[in-house]
Design a protein around this ligand. Structure first.
Ligand SMILES: [Zn+2]
Length: 76
Protein backbone atom coordinates (compact mmCIF):
# COMPACT_ATOMS: atom_id res chain seq x y z
CA UNK A 1 0.00 0.00 0.00
CA UNK A 2 1.31 3.40 -0.91
CA UNK A 3 2.37 5.38 2.06
CA UNK A 4 0.38 8.54 2.43
CA UNK A 5 1.68 11.69 3.98
CA UNK A 6 -1.53 11.67 5.99
CA UNK A 7 -0.75 8.32 7.62
CA UNK A 8 0.86 10.17 10.49
CA UNK A 9 -1.83 12.84 10.66
CA UNK A 10 -4.28 12.56 13.54
CA UNK A 11 -7.99 12.95 12.92
CA UNK A 12 -10.93 12.91 15.30
CA UNK A 13 -13.43 10.10 14.71
CA UNK A 14 -16.83 11.25 15.98
CA UNK A 15 -18.65 8.77 18.22
CA UNK A 16 -22.30 8.12 17.23
CA UNK A 17 -23.16 7.54 20.87
CA UNK A 18 -21.70 10.47 22.77
CA UNK A 19 -20.23 12.72 20.07
CA UNK A 20 -16.74 12.54 21.53
CA UNK A 21 -13.99 12.61 18.90
CA UNK A 22 -11.40 9.90 19.43
CA UNK A 23 -8.08 11.00 17.90
CA UNK A 24 -6.32 8.39 15.78
CA UNK A 25 -3.72 8.62 13.04
CA UNK A 26 -4.86 7.90 9.49
CA UNK A 27 -2.30 5.10 9.30
CA UNK A 28 -3.81 3.49 12.41
CA UNK A 29 -7.33 3.76 10.99
CA UNK A 30 -6.25 2.11 7.73
CA UNK A 31 -5.04 -0.98 9.58
CA UNK A 32 -7.91 -1.42 12.06
CA UNK A 33 -11.56 -2.46 11.63
CA UNK A 34 -12.90 -0.72 14.68
CA UNK A 35 -11.93 1.64 17.45
CA UNK A 36 -13.16 2.18 20.99
CA UNK A 37 -14.50 5.61 21.84
CA UNK A 38 -12.31 7.21 24.47
CA UNK A 39 -15.34 9.09 25.76
CA UNK A 40 -17.94 6.36 26.44
CA UNK A 41 -16.20 3.10 25.48
CA UNK A 42 -18.50 2.30 22.58
CA UNK A 43 -17.00 0.34 19.67
CA UNK A 44 -17.12 2.26 16.41
CA UNK A 45 -17.02 0.09 13.28
CA UNK A 46 -14.55 1.14 10.60
CA UNK A 47 -15.01 -1.69 8.09
CA UNK A 48 -17.64 0.05 5.98
CA UNK A 49 -16.84 0.62 2.31
CA UNK A 50 -17.88 4.21 2.71
CA UNK A 51 -15.32 4.59 5.45
CA UNK A 52 -12.51 3.18 3.29
CA UNK A 53 -13.55 5.44 0.44
CA UNK A 54 -13.58 8.24 2.97
CA UNK A 55 -10.01 7.44 3.98
CA UNK A 56 -8.92 7.66 0.35
CA UNK A 57 -10.66 10.96 -0.19
CA UNK A 58 -9.19 12.20 3.06
CA UNK A 59 -5.97 12.71 1.17
CA UNK A 60 -7.79 15.48 -0.66
CA UNK A 61 -10.51 16.64 1.70
CA UNK A 62 -10.30 15.97 5.43
CA UNK A 63 -13.54 17.81 6.04
CA UNK A 64 -15.55 15.67 3.62
CA UNK A 65 -14.08 12.54 5.19
CA UNK A 66 -15.27 13.47 8.65
CA UNK A 67 -18.76 14.20 7.35
CA UNK A 68 -18.88 10.82 5.57
CA UNK A 69 -17.81 9.05 8.72
CA UNK A 70 -20.42 10.77 10.88
CA UNK A 71 -23.07 9.78 8.35
CA UNK A 72 -22.15 6.11 8.14
CA UNK A 73 -22.09 5.69 11.90
CA UNK A 74 -25.60 7.15 12.14
CA UNK A 75 -26.87 4.49 9.71
CA UNK A 76 -26.41 1.58 12.12
ZN1 LIG B 1 -18.63 7.74 22.73
Amino acid sequence: MAKSILDSAEIGVPCPGCGHETKKSVGWLRSHDELVCSGCGETIRLDDEGFRAGLDSADKAMGDFKRNLARLNKRR
